[in-house]
Structures are given as structure tokens and as C-alpha cells.
Design a protein around this ligand. Structure first.
Ligand code: SAH
Length: 227
């Protein structure tokens, strides 16, 4: 279960909203039952349900530990793709694979934007719980590739490009960097200008093989080389 840090007190935690409903209505948890709660910033709490009052569940903390953030820290920056379920797939898989943050950017070839950020956040939340992680990646939207590069200026930038020479896969030293941003383009790929700008700012072009992958597949293939 998930409760934001502001609902984690010294000796107890309050579940609310969907989380409380899921515990009481769907799973029919009762007082005395034990549950695991994470706060999305590494806190992992073994709890006992103390009180079920309407839409709030009060849980007593029996044991608490801090899970360290996955290393290396990987930011996935993806061009906004049109199909909502494909975008949700990319978010779900990158959370399972331990991404630190997800950035969705508009780009030259962005076809249509119908982002439901609340749904993407729900997807990330359930992927965190399902994969027994304690860190909830933040999902943000930026206007263009330039602002993505400026925001993550202190990261190693690897840009997946289907036109890169096939041999330019990810090297050992690139894997070792502790802060990396992976850039994946939208369905229409990156514009030449976007690629040039990325390279000018120190980005390295990476091939993910000679076949053309869908953006959401490229994100998974890219990320899987860092876990
Ligand atoms: N530009 C092509 C493909 C875009 S695929 C088109 O117009 O159809 C969407 C994104 O997935 C690309 O921008 C790239 O980031 C990534 N990608 C797909 N296949 C790749 C490959 N073989 N190597 C590296 N990146 C790839």
C-alpha cells in the first residue's frame, strides 16, 4: 500500500482515498491485520491495522526501514506518443525497471497530445507496488528537447537513435555513470535539429540494434541495459 510522506506519523500511518478503499472494500482488511506500506521516497513500513474509520485506515508502525534509491539514477525522457495505452506501457515498464524520474516532452514530431497525467501517475503507483519498490518516480512534462537537456544538464545524456551506427551500443563506462538520462523520440523520431542539439550539449547517440523499435519498446530495451 502507498501513503504519501505527509500521512506518515511517528508511530502510525493514515491510508486514504483509493488506498484505503482498496484495503477495506476490495481486500476487506480488518483491525489487527498486518500490511506493508511504502511512502514513495524509500520508506518501507510493516504495519498493523489499528482502526478502519470510514474512508481512513489508521495503521500502527511495527517496523520501519529506508530502502535506498536504485543506482544508477536513470531519468527516462520520452517524446509524447499518441496512443495513451502505449505511453502507459512505457511508464509501467520503466517503473518496474527502477527509473528515477520520467519526463515526457513535446517535440517537432509530436503528433497529438492527449496526456492524462493522473492516469500515468496511477500507472506508476501500481507498478511501484507490484514490483515491491519503495520509490515513486515523478512524471513531468516539458515543452521541448532543449528544456529536457537544460533540466538534466548534469546527467550523462544518451539518445536512442535508429540512424546511429549499429555498433554504437551502450559501453561499460556509460553504464557506470551514476546519473544518466535516456532520450527516446516519439513515433516520428527526433528531428535532425533535435539530434544535433543533443550532440552539441554532449549527448551520445546510441543504437538499439538495426531494427526499428516502437518508442515504448526502445524505452524498455534502453532501460534494461542499466539494471
Ligand atoms: N524515425 C523513425 C522511427 C522512430 S521510433 C520513424 O519515423 O518511424 C521512436 C524512437 O524509438 C526513436 O526516436 C528512437 O529514440 C527509438 N528507436 C527506435 N528504434 C531504434 C533503434 N534501432 N536504435 C535506437 N533507437 C531506436
Amino acid at each position: 500500500f502507498y501513503a504519501p510522506p505527509k500521512q506518515v506519523y511517528d508511530s502510525h500511518i493514515e491510508l486514504s482515498g483509493q488506498e484505503a478503499k482498496h484495503a477495506t472494500k476490495v481486500l476487506r482488511y480488518r483491525e489487527g491485520d498486518t500490511i506493508n506500506i511504502v511512502d514513495g521516497t524509500g520508506g518501507w513500513y510493516d504495519c498493523t491495522i489499528a482502526q478502519v474509520a470510514g474512508s481512513i485506515v489508521k495503521a500502527t508502525i511495527e517496523h520501519a526501514k529506508q530502502i535506498s534509491s536504485p543506482t544508477p539514477e536513470i531519468v527516462l525522457a520520452m517524446g509524447i506518443i499518441k496512443k495513451r495505452d502505449r505511453l502507459e506501457f512505457a511508464v509501467e515498464k520503466s517503473v518496474e525497471l527502477g527509473v528515477k524520474e520520467i519526463v515526457l516532452f513535446r517535440s517537432r514530431h509530436t503528433i497529438k497530445e492527449n496526456i492524462r497525467i493522473d492516469r500515468l501517475e496511477m500507472t506508476a503507483l501500481s507498478a511501484m507496488k507490484q514490483s515491491l519498490r519503495a520509490h515513486l518516480p515523478e512524471i513531468t512534462i516539458l515543452d521541448n528537447v532543449e528544456s529536457v537537456l537544460d533540466t538534466y544538464f548534469d546527467h550523462q545524456v544518451l539518445v536512442a537513435h535508429e540512424k546511429a551506427e549499429a555498433k554504437s551500443g551502450i559501453s561499460i563506462e556509460q553504464r557506470k555513470k551514476n546519473k544518466t538520462m535516456l532520450l527516446v523520440g516519439p513515433e516520428g523520431g527526433f528531428s535532425e535539429k533535435e539530434i544535433r542539439m543533443t550532440i552539441d550539449k554532449g549527448g551520445q547517440v546510441i543504437s538499439l540494434g538495426k531494427n526499428r523499435l516502437r518508442a515504448e519498446t526502445a524505452a524498455v530495451v534502453f532501460l534494461s541495459q542499466f539494471i
